[in-house]
Ligand binder design. Structure first.
Ligand SMILES: [Fe+2]
Length: 197
């Protein structure tokens, strides 16, 4: 039987329930995500791999009933970018299509206490170009800031397994004008017709 998204979700749920430590969770989810990504194309129905009115967006695929994690696909038309933002909960991300350019940032001021209204003067830590098949992590507070861009000619599609729910996952945008962190609720930037219920 094919290892489909439902099978991946079953394995992720088992890992998450048994693994309170965020780093260990990310590590133990990885082989399951790898197995799913190695499956036969298309991995997702077309409606979960297209932009929203031509713009970048996410599509909700699943929310854990106990609120410990959720799964979204994220779509960036060629050349578009997320802007600099912060994730306040763990994440495992698999690149499915396109070339993902990820710039990672850190903040010198109170690097482990990050909240809305605080300054976001950041230092660039790394810039990574990832082809399809790559798996990356979000490990806040120290590795929670990033900017993602579809660097190639293709639309970028990735799968994100993230801590919390679309309503509770802390997600802050670095406002370019005020250079402060503003709330950037995940629930406001995704569609809400989950693939798996
Ligand atoms: Fe992000």
């Amino acid at each position: 039987m094919a290892y489909d998204l439902k099978a991946l979700i079953d394995d992720v749920t088992t890992v998450v329930r048994a693994t309170p430590d965020d780093d260990a969770r990310c590590e133990r989810i990885t082989p399951h995500l790898r197995r799913w990504m190695d499956g036969e194309a298309p991995l997702l129905p077309a409606k979960y791999t297209i932009p929203c009115d031509g713009k970048a967006c996410g599509h909700l695929l699943y929310t854990d009933p106990e609120g410990e994690y959720f799964v979204i696909s994220v779509v960036f038309p060629s050349g578009t970018s997320s802007g600099v933002h912060y994730h306040g909960a763990w994440g495992v991300i698999g690149i499915l299509e396109g070339t993902d350019e990820e710039t990672k940032y850190a903040r010198e001021t109170s690097p482990d206490d990050i909240g809305i209204g605080q300054p976001c003067e950041l230092q660039t830590v790394d810039k990574i170009y990832s082809p399809p098949g790559t798996i990356t992590y979000l490990k806040p507070p120290l590795e929670g800031f990033h900017r993602v861009r579809a660097a190639g000619d293709e639309t970028g599609v990735s799968l994100h397994i993230l801590g919390g729910t679309p309503d509770t996952h802390p997600h802050f945008f670095c406002d370019g004008d005020t250079k402060t962190l503003i709330d950037f609720p995940m629930s406001g930037i995704i569609t809400h017709d989950p693939m798996v219920r």
